[in-house]
Design a protein around this ligand. Sequence first.
Ligand SMILES: Nc1ncnc2c1ncn2[C@@H]1O[C@H](COP(=O)(O)OP(=O)(O)OP(=O)(O)O)[C@@H](O)[C@H]1O
Length: 299
Amino acid sequence: MPVIELNHISKRFGKFLAVNDVSFTVEQGEFFGFIGPNGAGKSTTMNMILNFIKRSGGEIKVLGKNVPEHDLEVKKRIGYVPSDVRFYPQLRVQDLIRYTLDFHHMKGDQAEIARYCDLFQIDVKKKFGNLSLGNKKKIALVCALVHHPELIIMDEPTNGLDPLMHARLFRILKEKQKQGVTIFLSSHNLKEVEDYCSKIAFIRSGKLIGIEDLAQMNKKVKIITLKGAHLPIEQMALIGATCIKKTDGEARFSYEKNLTQLFSTLSNLSETLDDVTVTNRDLEEQFMTMYEHQEGERL
Ligand SMILES: Nc1ncnc2c1ncn2[C@@H]1O[C@H](COP(=O)(O)OP(=O)(O)OP(=O)(O)O)[C@@H](O)[C@H]1O
């Protein structure tokens, strides 16, 4: 069952088209990544999914319900972690957690809350305004979890978290996913997206430029590195090498075709090469390939 359905959604700020005809679907239980460079339209898209801002066009369904018609009903079933966490600074953490539960008309599972606070090393007596950036983020994470949401939407959730807290957060998220919770993660930390997401949507200048199944994506494209005094760049380009980068004594390129042809060409050149390595393309390579040469880049 789809948990998020975006159909040709767009958002204009005056004349500026921040999100342009974006459509995709997130299925129940998926760990879904949403990535793109700064200003690509990620937060704007999430703000429309959450009905924090009105869309200019298109249709949105969350948990099978039309947004904004079922706004409150849908919001009660979502946990949200904003990139910039803002709560009333005078409130103590324990009160923030209580107010979150009140909003959801829930008492909350005290043992579970204690476990989260313990895992994230949270002092519930402290005032929110006195917390560090990472500790503020942890409060937002706990508030996004305590009401047992069916969908968790996170905008840069690990910004400010130390590596231990980072690992603990993803342990909790994996547990949630096993229970059938859907996780929508927008992050510039490509390693975490690669480690945890199974599907990724790529956005650029407001437009969706691809949706990839991560397991397929990484196997499909190989990254080849050649070392040697005379590098056969022209021959490689002729047999289908792309994104060729050459530095002194080293050439690196992407290769999507049949490896047999590559290896047979390289074996004829073996005397001029010192080393050849073949690896699966990782998400960072994919990101660089997709975004390095943006046409009409907007700033
Ligand atoms: N309220 C607004 N008024 C005018 N322009 C806006 C508004 N909100 C966002 N924008 C613009 O829309 C574009 C998309 O912004 P958005 O915050 O969605 O990007 P993002 O992909 O989340 O970027 P980042 O990775 O830097 O957080 C940007 O050019 C931004 O300046």
